[in-house]
Design a protein around this ligand. Sequence first.
Ligand code: BT5
Length: 315
Amino acid sequence: MQGTRRAVLDAIAEGPISGPALARELDVSRAAVWKHVEALREAGFEIGSETSGYTLESVPEYGGPAIEFGLDAPFEIEFHQSLPSTNARARDLAADGESDVVVLADAQTGGRGRLDREWTSPSGGVWLSVLSRPGLPPAHAPLYTLAAAVATTRAVRAAGVDAGIKWPNDVLVHDPEAGSRERKIAGILTEMRGEADRIAWLIVGIGCNANVDPEALPAGATSLREGVGDVSRRELVQRLLREFEALRANPDSILPAWREHALTLGRRVRVETARGESVGRALDITFPGGLVLETADGRVTVSAGDCEHLRPVSR
Ligand code: BT5
């Protein structure tokens, strides 16, 4: 949202405030105030105009301005009803030199997982990509993926569903009614362009099954709707972005936070990597994101791959 418009909205939220008072406070014309108020109404904000001045009556359920309003993180939100993929759009923005933009869509028609797998993205979910330019070496990029998994898990938990992380970045819900089965509620796809010593841009794509029927999702998936009913996607996204921002501002906190939310540690796992398969007990995560396994052949650290939990959680 443009700076003055945001200031108009913030002032009205604290209102009532009259048009002339707003114009004085923000040092703009009364016509400009009126234009911003109309634009905010068009974006779905209900703004009353009583004799005492403008008042904010309601905030739209979802969308760019709705999420930017009250967002405690320095991101601009670009909202689309539908996009092929928010990651693809974020790549275009990266090519244009943008940063700290979050691309958000209500639905995706060509959502992608890792290794170009399909990611089902019906209307009602949270499909977003965070574009940033961290001044880090390319080898540290996995930290951002872990931070996104922690932020997503915290947001899902705040919405009332007890979720945890499967290494490296699947957010799963333990489902006692389905035996020990764990079902995927969110996934993360990180893409980046690295230069020799630093990351040029990094895109963290997060897909979270929010207000979506489980029947619309692949087998093995679940949604917040299934767990607790529909949630405020505005609050979910704000929470997620706030948590992500706090973690990226304090990189040393990422691994400890990940450990705290991990479902994988202590479990027997099978990890498929480009170089083959490792089976063993997951002992720990190491900087910048490798999984340490105790295998029959000793200790190994795997840095990327698909991980399967072999034994049910007991909790
Ligand atoms: C992921 O891949 O988990 C990364 C998903 C990232 C999606 C976000 S949405 C916003 C942004 N824009 C994009 O285009 N992508 C990102 P992976 O670990 O490879 O898991 C993919 C597998 O999960 C698929 O092969 C399916 O089996 C399963 N799957 C597909 N859609 C799902 C869904 N909505 N919920 C749970 N599982 C799903």
